[in-house]
Every structure is written in structure tokens, then in C-alpha cells.
Design a protein around this ligand. Structure first.
Ligand SMILES: N[C@@H](CCC(=O)NCCCC(=O)O)C(=O)O
Length: 254
């Protein structure tokens, strides 16, 4: 088997204090979606918040998955008002992922952003976020019921309309789909150079791609990693991402 059949895919970690120690952690579902969905080898990228030789990392990777997280991007990154007291932030993750997204896209590395990762990508391109969608007034409920069983929290929640001719439409081949919805924040101003790929029934941007990217660069507000093999739409996203990563790996092998 050619080595390029198994692309090396970075999966970004969150930096979380557990007891007295900071830990770098990644939800297992993200790692498994790389294995079972993209058919790649997941490699955890720590969020240490320090300067590391990013180009050395990028020269060895075939794709990066920017994961979801319970934490929010610090609003000073998009000139937003201060967060409500008690908001969960992860400044070391911000310091790692925001420059890494730009560097990866510039280097032609395929990227997939999910939920927090989607919001990070919007911020990197100069976009802004609504911090509490439910307080804006015009949006349907995008939050999960935190008291419900996990399968209900991550169960299908609303329809999306998919923009014809985009990456997502190419992957799925249909104008609509059903998605889960597990977020409080959402796109306010879409970043420059990003094109909408899907909208919720209330008009919220649910997916976008990077217009001039050399490689696959898609971000989605929902969680396609959730039981990826049980959902054909979610699988189609990871198939497309995995194929782009394999293409990159084949070039890297030469
Ligand atoms: N904090 C943001 C991002 C939401 C998000 O990424 N949720 C994921 C939760 C845990 C997981 O499934 O990994 C928001 O609320 O908008």
C-alpha cells in the first residue's frame, strides 16, 4: 500500500486546566472521525500558546481538523465587546489555532473546521461572531438541551440549504441536508474571502469555504464528526476532506 493512502491529519487540542495542571485534550470523536471518516492517521496538535516551528509541522502534515470545543474565541480577536462574566475561554488555543489556520491555508494544506474551528476560521479572515445568538432575536434555537441524553443533544436539529456549485454541494450532491446544532455563538459578519456554503432556515451562515484556497478549505457550524459512519451527509464531508488529504499526501511522497 502506498503511504499516501493514509494521510497524516493534525487534530487541534484544547488547553484545559484539570486540577492543578494544564492538559492538552481532544475529544475522541474527532480522532475517530479522522480514522473512520477521512481514513487518515490522527496526530494531536497541542495548544501550548507558544511560538513553535509551524512550517516544520506543516511540511509533515496532509490536513488539519480544527475541532469544536466548549470554549469561545476571545472577542478581542474580532474587536467584539467583552464576554459575559464566567465565559469559558482558551487563550492558548486561540494563540495556536488562529495563526495556524492562516499558515495551513497559505501552505495549501487541506483544512476542515468544525463548530469552534468554524468560528475561528471566520475570525482569521476578519469576520465577527454573535456571542449569544439566542439574544439577537432573529435566530431559531441553535443550542442543545444540556440535560438531554447525548444522542438527543447531537441528534438532527434543523435543515440547511446548501449553496449550489460549492465544495459542500459537490461532496453531497444535493441542495439541502439535516444537521445537529450545538452552539451558542455564530457568524455575525462573514470574513473577507469566505463564501457561504450553507444557511440555516433563519439565514445564519452554517458553512463556508475559502474562495482562493489552493486546497480543500471548508468549515461547518454543526458536528459532522458525531457518529460519522451512521450519517451519509456527514460521511460525504469527511470523504471529501480525506480525498483532499490523500491528494496532498501523494504530492508530498514524490
Ligand atoms: N463555544 C462555541 C463553540 C461550540 C462548540 O464547538 N461546541 C462543541 C462542544 C463540545 C464538542 O462537541 O466538542 C459556541 O458555543 O458557539
Amino acid at each position: 500500500m502506498s503511504l499516501s493512502n493514509v494521510p497524516m491529519i493534525g487534530v487541534v487540542a484544547c488547553n484545559q486546566q484539570i486540577g492543578l495542571h494544564p492538559f492538552n485534550i481532544v475529544g475522541e470523536k474527532y480522532l475517530l472521525s479522522v480514522v473512520n471518516g477521512a481514513k487518515g492517521f490522527p496526530l494531536v496538535i497541542p495548544s501550548l500558546g507558544i511560538t513553535l516551528p509551524t512550517q516544520a509541522l506543516l511540511s509533515r502534515l496532509d490536513g488539519i481538523l480544527f475541532t469544536g470545543s466548549p470554549s469561545n474565541v476571545e472577542p478581542h480577536h474580532y474587536q467584539g465587546p467583552s464576554s459575559a462574566e464566567g465565559t469559558h475561554h482558551d487563550p492558548k488555543r486561540d494563540a495556536t489555532t488562529l495563526p495556524l489556520i492562516k499558515a495551513a491555508i497559505d501552505a495549501g494544506i487541506p483544512v476542515l473546521g468544525i463548530c469552534r474551528g468554524f468560528q475561528e476560521m471566520n475570525v482569521v479572515f476578519g469576520g465577527s461572531l454573535h456571542q449569544k445568538l439566542h439574544e439577537v432575536g432573529q435566530y431559531i434555537e441553535h443550542r442543545e438541551d444540556k440535560h438531554a441524553p447525548l444522542d438527543v443533544q447531537y441528534g438532527l436539529s434543523h435543515k440547511i440549504d446548501i449553496v449550489p456549485g460549492g465544495l459542500l454541494h459537490d461532496a453531497w450532491g444535493c441542495d439541502f441536508a439535516e444537521v445537529n446544532s450545538v452552539h451558542t455563538q455564530g457568524v455575525d459578519r462573514l470574513g473577507k474571502g469566505l463564501q457561504p456554503e450553507a444557511h440555516a432556515p433563519d439565514g445564519l451562515v452554517e458553512a463556508f469555504s475559502v474562495k482562493d484556497a489552493q486546497a480543500f478549505a471548508l468549515a461547518v457550524q454543526w458536528h459532522p464528526e458525531w457518529k460519522v459512519q451512521d450519517n451519509q451527509f456527514y460521511s460525504s464531508i469527511f470523504d471529501a476532506f480525506g480525498n483532499a488529504c490523500r491528494l496532498h499526501a501523494a504530492k508530498r511522497e514524490k
